[in-house]
Design a protein around this ligand. Structure first.
Ligand code: S3P
Length: 186
């Protein structure tokens, strides 16, 4: 019965767009959430990598951030036209208001949050894959960047904390938020 309801929601449903700083768990949570709701999962950065044939790092290194942001904007336009997706966005997608407007048209924007210490631990595990983070990164750098980005992340419809929490608990919270909303037409 519940499964049936979800399927109906999926048919009519809005995208669920996970936004948030690097290392807040957008890809991990997004993939589990999609599995739980029987929706398709899309990781924007992976899509950009597939399309350009370059890793995000190489894209930045060879062509610069402006080119990356342009590819990101095109990907937003493409995904914004689709429905029933769980989208893990890149941490900087909200920096362009045009991206936010496009994603919001058919999407619920959920901000994943985590404290700077946790983010530091998580991004340190994948060193060298995030071109905007410097090599000798310290927790304070992350706290400063979070503060700079906060006005942009304020566009979120909902905020979900991912620090000190089990993946399943985070996913349950998001399911609880989105389920009543995805069947509404207004
Ligand atoms: C960025 C975040 C990265 C990636 C790029 C820029 C940002 O994605 O899109 O390195 O501006 O915060 P993740 O948030 O998945 O690390």
């Amino acid at each position: 019965m519940l499964q049936g309801l979800y399927e109906k929601g999926v048919e009519m449903g809005k995208n669920i767009v996970l936004i948030g700083f690097m290392g807040t768990g957008k890809s991990t949570v997004g993939s589990k959430l999609a599995e739980k709701l029987g929706m398709n999962f899309v990781d924007m950065d992976r899509e950009i990598e597939n399309l350009t044939g370059l890793t995000i790092n190489d894209l930045f290194r060879r062509h610069g951030e402006i080119r990356f942001r342009s590819e990101e904007g095109l990907m937003v336009k493409k995904l914004g036209q689709q429905a029933n997706l769980v989208i893990a966005s890149g941490g900087g997608v909200v920096l362009k208001s045009e991206n936010v407007q496009t994603l919001r048209k058919n999407g619920i924007l959920i901000l994943l949050e985590a404290n700077p210490e946790d983010i530091y631990k998580r991004v340190s595990r994948k060193k060298g894959t995030r071109p905007l983070l410097k090599k000798n990164l310290v927790v304070k750098d992350i706290a400063d960047m979070l503060q700079q980005r906060e006005p942009y992340y304020a566009c979120a419809d909902f905020r979900v904390n991912t620090s000190d929490r089990e993946l399943n608990e985070i996913v349950r919270e998001i399911v609880g938020i989105v389920h009543p909303l995805r069947n509404k037409n207004c």
